[in-house]
Design a protein. Structure first.
Length: 73
C-alpha cells in the first residue's frame, strides 16, 4: 500500500520502489493516489482539480507520469 495522496513521492522514487518490490517477489502494488484531503492527479477532463486540491503545484502527477509508472511496472 503506497499512499501518495498524503505523502508525495517523485516518479523516480516510485520506479526504484517498484524495482525493489520486484526483487522481493512482490507482484501487487496498491497505489492510493487521491483522497479527500489531497488530489495530486492532473486529469485532462478536470484541469483545475489538481491545481486547487493538491498540497502544492510541484506535488502533482501528470497523465504522462502515470503512464510511465504503469509501463515501468
Amino acid at each position: 500500500m503506497l499512499d501518495t495522496a498524503r505523502h508525495f513521492f517523485s516518479t523516480a522514487y516510485l520506479m526504484k520502489l517498484m524495482d525493489n518490490l520486484a526483487l522481493a517477489k512482490f507482484s501487487v502494488l496498491h497505489w492510493h493516489i487521491v483522497d479527500d484531503e489531497s488530489f495530486p492527479l492532473d486529469l485532462p477532463s478536470q484541469p483545475t482539480l489538481a491545481k486547487n486540491a493538491a498540497y502544492s503545484a510541484k506535488e502533482v502527477y501528470s497523465k504522462q507520469d502515470v503512464l510511465d509508472l504503469v509501463a515501468h511496472a
